[in-house]
Write a protein that binds this ligand. Sequence first.
Ligand SMILES: [Zn+2]
Ligand SMILES: [Zn+2]
Length: 767
Amino acid sequence: MDHENNIMASACSIRVRGVVQGVGFRPFVYRLARANTLNGWVLNAEEGVEIHLEGAETGLEAFVRDLKAQPPPAASIAEIDVRWAEPVGLSEFTIRTSQRRERPTVRISPDLPVCDDCIRELFDPADQRYWYPYINCTNCGPRYTVVLALPYDRSNTTMKDWQLDDYCAGEYSNPGNRRFHAQPLACTACGPGYYLHPHLHSNDETAGGNEGSIRRAAEMLHAGAILAVKGLGGYHLACDARNPTAVAALRDRKYRKEKPFALMVRDVEMARTLVELSREAETLLTSVARPIVLAPARIKLSGIAPENNELGVMLPYTPLHHLLVAAGAPEIMVMTSANRSSEPIAYEDEDALQRLTGIADSFLIGQRPIARRVDDSVARAGAFGPVVLRRSRGYAPGAMASLPAKRPILALGADLKNTITLVVDGQAFVSQHIGDLDHHQSFRAFDETIHDLASMYEVRFDDLLLVHDLHPQYRSTAHAATLGVRQIGTVQHHRAHVASVLAERGDWTKRIVGVSFDGTGYGDDGSIWGGEIFVGSLQEGFTRVAHLRRAALAGGDAAAHYPVQAAAGFLAEVEGLPDVFAEAFAFPERYRNAMELVRKGVRTFATTSVGRLFDAAASLLGFTREITFEAQAAIWLEQLARCASLTESYPFPFVGGELDFRPLLLAVAQDRLRGRDVREIARSFQHGIAQGLCDALNVISRRHAVDTVVLSGGVFQNELLLEDLKSLLMNGSLRVWTNHAVPPNDGGISLGQAALAAFERFDAPAW
Ligand SMILES: [Zn+2]
Ligand SMILES: [Zn+2]
């Protein structure tokens, strides 16, 4: 046999690009080579994985076929390059150690949920890792949250301080083993563990160790305690979701009045009892990213999602979560980011202990350090397909798009729901969700992430093309000047939204009508935009062709916190408006003050924001208080509208390049005064917006001879609006493209900025 092979031996070298490191790729290649009686080697190179094979031609062909057909579950192959080579007469197949050369363009894979094989071992009393909360293998476990530098080897992870014992070392070095070169490998004997803080049973021997701590934590959760639990990318605050006292206490201590809490449920069956789970939603829920999935609630849980018909659910994704469930923790648990109010999630132990004392009754702390903060992702199965509303754990930092960039680009994103995007060798990497830069800790995380990604991909700042938002008062704008970059460009907020959809699709030349309905963004003319319609392509840039009729906004961006304050400037334009201090409306004093500013033209700004138009309508329908989280009034209005069936649309005419909100708001006010059910009014308002936009799109697409519409911006998180648009546009000839991979909200801005920067389509600031 050997003789035969030697006689007819051929050889080839193969380069594989894509998500091929840290996903069990080399052991897979090893097994595949052995199965086909091939000799040679495989190694992780900066460009991906390199393979050299020698043997019979039939074996080589079979190898390449299987490589393409059945790669490891978490791998994603972007490109395979096969070349014939000279056989050098190798006598075995080996996995060579990592080489270091040139720039690393391989992608570090996102974190993976624990796999079924590991779960089986986790609950097998005979297994070395029975009840071990850090069990993992090459097919599962942490990646981005443990990697400190590339290439992805153990010495470059947060596991570097734990020495493998003989048992783990044996698996690590055995190419036939599932744990061959599993970088975060560990076991009960040699690896980090979990412990409770404070130690409640210091005298009780059985209370110590992983199992004792986890069992005790589950008991405490059952008894109504609030626990800080260290997870993959940060701490969670956990409590029993069916215990209203615990939930209320958590809201109280966290200063989180109304924003919905995410839930972790035991399994898919339990999720089904909680929410209406469409097939698409279930696919998202069980996908390797394991996001929080928003879906219509089937039961009411006190205090979980006030005035909201949706619940956010996720499945256990770490071994610890499975152990908590097995230990009898509540079947439905609140699992919310561990922070106070709008702070970023805690991920370092000292910081967590300091910040969460007074919130958590106890801490379940894991000893493995977290390399960087990565929140849970949030997704939904939407009218136009899956949409990611917060792109973080499980998705980041996977490459999002290919862009024809000649040099590295760093896009700094928006100040709210910030993400950044780094483009290296034509590949756009979008960071995890960073948050609102107004918050000191988030701002620090923003700066850390910039340096983190730049060093991971070995990008020098003086070599970069930097791009930031047009807003002169954004913190990200100010920060751009401090990074030591020679070339800086600006991109207008709403053009970036539209560009993000095209960047995702990799369509650089298609001319489209782009709609950006949003809360707040700085416009070309220095006014506050948010109801903009453009025509153009990534390559040629976008020209604004229409917008919402202008209104005055008292207090500028600050009006976003008070719907009645935002309403003043809009309602000032409406002739024949009923008295909003009448009993039906009961507007507070803040409205009078805002109206005063509008009349005098003091501290007011022009706006075309559809987000603020929703606020104005919501306040007419009874949302007259301060909001406690972003877009709360608009979400409230959508939820109201969902409770009514459609009877009519209020008028929202498209005249002279403007969508005129005056008849729309007048109809809302008059019907409210008449005593019409607010749910029906909300429904007619929502449909009016959809109908008006649809009319505008028909006119504009004909005029500019385009057949495709792009929808992006925070307002398009409104599912009911998308559903209405879908049914209105169904019979027409217009195609609709929306975001799927990056959020339609400001989390998608950085990708859009990077895409426009790749074509050098910059917007000149008005200042
Ligand atoms: Zn596994
Ligand atoms: Zn071990």
